[in-house]
Design a protein around this ligand. Sequence first.
Ligand code: ADQ
Length: 492
Amino acid sequence: MGKPLQIEAGTDTQPTAQVDLDSRLVIVANRLPVHRVKRKGRTRWETSPGGLVSALAPFVRQAEGAWVGWPGFAGGNNRAFNHDGIRNRIVRLEEQDLDRFYYGFSNATLWPLYHDAIRPPVFRRGWWRRYVEVNRRYAEATAKAMELGADGDLVWVHDYQLQLVPRMLRTLAPDNRIGFFLHIPFPPEEIFARLPWRTQVLEGLLGADVIGFQTSLGAQNFVRSVKRFTQARGTDQMLEFEGRSVRVGVFPISIDVQHFAETAATASAIERAEVLRSQLGPGEQPRKIILGVDRLDYTKGIDIRMRAFQELLHRGRKNKSMSVRDCVMCQVAVPTRSGVDEYTKLRRTVEEHVGRINGEYGEPGLAAIHYLHRNLEFEELVAFYLAADVMVVTPLRDGMNLVAKEYVASRLGNTGSLVLSEFAGAAHEFRSALLVNPYDIDGLASSMQTALTLPQQDIARRMSSLRRALKRNDVFDWAASFLRELDPGSSS
Ligand code: ADQ
């Protein structure tokens, strides 16, 4: 078929993401790329914000493809519809599916297990059964979406909620190329081994032709588990399973760098950042701003980061070197998965920390920590990135972490310091960040101190190196490199 697909993705220095797909493309993800909004009493679909949707939508549109996913609310009908050039195939989920498949098996079993079991994963047979059933529903909806096309469609399945889909789909539609990308880490073999359904999950994934991971560590962990718990054999890059070859690859995800850079250069974002600076750091000598932006998730290390900031203020008080007159922490946390107990507990812990630290170190008119429990709209998010002198990204384990990349993309003048966990996938590309062990409260406090006091030329050197690393791979390059691997007939 040959559908030339050229995406001009950025600046002069950036490679153009380009792939010439030979086939139709179907994306399968937990969520559709749209959500329903109600305005003036009328409901309609709107394209969802976020890097994944904006990265994949142009490929799907140009390949006359479809997107299979859940619309974001329980019940409803499952009639397919077109929106913004994409055919949307609804997978309908009821409240009980959400409880068992989504909040249960996906987010209280797999999520903690795959993040080094930071919280004890909960194993329930009823949740597993519903995971199998819902994965089958996604596979069947995908097979339906493919009937419209010729044999040889490309199917790209996303993330931990849908690990059984590749094999189920191979049975329903054997003559298509199936890819799978895992957005979160794949855990070490000895942790993965705890999963009672480990072989079924691995064999589910092995139904794909290409399996992609964020880092080489994730890919290696996967191959080790596969060799121990399945009949598949081969190398770290290529496995043989049931007479087929399965390619294992590393595809670090990224962001729409140009979109962040362009917004960061607008007068209105710059002005909003100035307002934030004056609100957060008033005084003759404006306070330096340390920023955290995360989903309120226990993998992100928000509570430990706050304790490290407390340690910084404690040391500053003892040796009279640093106080709330010099610096302030601002933590923006977007509510998430409130249907899972651990998330309710985390919210309480974080809010207790904020209260304790403000009570102990704040002064009238000068809070030590500003805590915003909310979602920011895009320009506001960029304004926060522009206002921050130091960005702290300290997950205990993270597939990639896009916030680190978004901060770097927004710092056009090579200013600002990034304190980054060595356990985030982003640390593999961002060697010039101030890398930290997020479990080490003293070390983290010292890194914050370093970031606050680093000479300007060191800041600029580090940031310019981070920006070079970022420009080598934006989200369009990421999508194109995966699709090139998936489509043997493609050219680039
Ligand atoms: P997440 O765990 O969601 O993603 P991350 O990569 O940091 O983590 O992305 C979070 C996104 O949410 C960012 O784009 C950020 O801007 C946005 N966000 C966070 N807080 C916000 C707020 N208060 N207001 C508005 N936006 C906010 C999973 C994996 C990651 C992997 C991604 C992509 O866990 O490791 O990087 O998928 O593959």
